[in-house]
Write a protein that binds this ligand. Structure first.
Ligand code: C2O
Ligand code: CU
Length: 491
């Protein structure tokens, strides 16, 4: 049944989407809008600061005590724009939330108290989690309530993150600040000699816009939240004009002339970043969403779509003291084209770190062992079928409310052929994709794959973990809230 519907939609869905988009007139839905991202730019109504003035904040680290971490989601007022206050919703009242440091293979319990006035759900993105603890979108924690999530963490060391996943309102909730990093370490990884301690730094990158009162501006279609979604202009995604790193606008970080490890997370709702450095400095990528690569890869550009992570080492040791190294987003210009700066302020007292030639071993899956091949098409549906008389985003023509798109058998290997109309970063809960490493040398594990307009990707997906119902969705959060999220079951 699904197969015939899929075949039909594979063609008809694409044609319909093209027609609707072309008819809209607002070319801003396409990446042809000059931002390199899908969506429309929301201009701030307050003057934004000069870039590279504010120091880079480092979110506090939080480690489990007796296997448990307690978090409270609450509203608070913080200074983001110098001299102004911005209300956020944050884990522990900060944005990003504290960086969780936990160990691969050791069960972690997170007790979340909801001191906000909205319903929330906690999802550990990239976690291999039993369904009842995975943050299924309708498993809401109502205001004033709390619940415990149990994460077995039977998975590789990796840079994960955690964020709100409330049904229909993930976009506004994450935009308000409900996101943080969760770094899983392991002994093997710790023994590699990569930069650590103060030279192992999370960089949570997200764009935001501010209204005239310096509050985060988000174009909810219905500010009372009676119905989900954003106003028509932002149907393709909300793009801010101010780039925040660890919650600060275009910050500057003072560094030693030494090696640093950066855990880069694109926590933006819709914006994509192609990160580059000047002064002849390059990135050495050591890991992706799903942990270490087999071998390091020197890269001039680190591309991260929404929810993607890149684990990189930047070596400032041969950069003259006093130099400023600027990280830009080469997809865009002006403010959104700037990200942050590193100011090399002193010679390193010592640096005995290294980037070994062999980082890890990833066993190649055998394509001959694939038992099921699935075609999953991410596209806009027919006009008039969804929000405000517009089309809904969907997967194979169906949405969250249409039941499971498929059932997968544990212990089997699947091939997914993903395709799209416009940009869609595709994320599955529970399952991880095996793909070629960025840069082409060896293999990598990912949980989010960025599909280009009209593009496609093939990934191998071992069905491992826990039986239950999970979601598969686009991580452009406006698309996700406007129905580009479907269910699948694992048995
Ligand atoms: Cu990062 Cu289903 O989410
Ligand atoms: Cu999408």
């Amino acid at each position: 049944m699904i197969a015939s519907r899929r075949t039909f939609l594979g063609l008809a869905g694409t044609a319909a989407a093209t027609a609707v988009l072309a008819g809209c007139g607002g070319g801003s839905w396409f990446t042809g809008n000059g931002t390199g991202s899908q969506g429309a730019l929301l201009a701030s109504a307050v003057p934004l600061p000069e870039p590279f003035q504010v120091p880079l904040p480092i979110p506090p680290t939080i480690e489990p005590t007796n296997g448990t971490i307690e978090l409270t989601a609450r509203r608070s007022a913080v200074e983001i724009l110098p001299g102004r206050t911005t209300e956020i919703l944050g884990y522990e009242g900060i944005f990003p939330g504290p960086t969780i440091r936990a160990s691969s293979g050791e069960e972690l319990q997170v007790r979340l108290r909801n001191d906000t006035e909205i319903d929330t759900v906690l999802h550990l993105h990239g976690g291999r989690t039993p369904a009842e603890h995975d943050g299924y979108p309708t498993d809401l924690i109502v205001p004033g309530a709390e619940r415990s999530y149990v994460y077995p963490l039977q998975q590789r060391a990796a840079p994960l993150w955690y964020h709100d996943h409330a049904m229909d309102f993930t976009g506004p909730n994450v935009y308000a600040g409900l996101a943080g990093m969760a770094l899983l370490g392991s002994q093997e990884e710790g023994a590699l000699g990569l930069p650590s301690g103060e030279r192992d730094v999370p960089l949570v990158i997200a764009d935001r816009s501010f209204d005239g009162d310096a509050a985060f501006a988000y174009p909810l279609a219905d500010p009372s939240r009676g119905r989900p979604g954003v106003t028509m202009r932002y149907h393709g995604g909300v793009l801010g004009d101010c780039v925040l790193v660890n919650g600060a606008p275009w910050p500057v970080m003072e560094v030693d002339a030494a090696r640093y490890r950066f855990r880069i997370l694109n926590a933006a709702n819709a914006r994509r970043f192609d990160l580059t450095l000047d002064q002849g400095v390059t990135f050495t990528q050591v890991g992706t969403d799903g942990g270490l690569l087999e071998r390091p890869a020197v890269r001039r550009v680190i591309a991260v779509a929404g929810a993607e992570r890149a684990d990189v080492v930047i070596d400032f040791s041969s950069v003259p003291v006093g130099t400023r190294v600027t990280m830009t987003n080469s997809l865009d210009a002006g403010g959104p084209g700037q990200v942050m700066q590193f100011h090399v302020v002193r010679k390193a007292a010592s640096d005995d770190t290294r980037v070994p030639e062999q980082l890890s071993v990833i066993d190649a899956l055998d394509p001959g062992a694939v038992s099921v091949t699935r075609d999953l098409h991410f596209a806009l549906g027919a006009t008039g079928s969804g929000h405000h008389g517009m089309a809904d985003w969907n997967v194979n023509g169906v949405t969250f409310h249409d039941g499971d798109v498929f059932t997968a058998q544990r212990g089997t290997l699947e091939r997914w052929r993903l395709s799209s109309d416009v940009h869609h970063p595709v994320h599955a809960h529970l399952l991880h994709y095996q793909v070629g490493a960025p840069g082409g040398d060896g293999l990598a594990w990912k949980d989010t794959i960025d599909l280009r307009p009209g593009g496609s990707a093939e990934v191998l997906v071992p069905i491992e973990g826990y039986a239950g119902r999970y979601v598969l969705h686009c991580h452009n959060l406006e698309h996700e809230d406007m129905m580009m999220m479907v269910n699948f079951s694992v048995v």
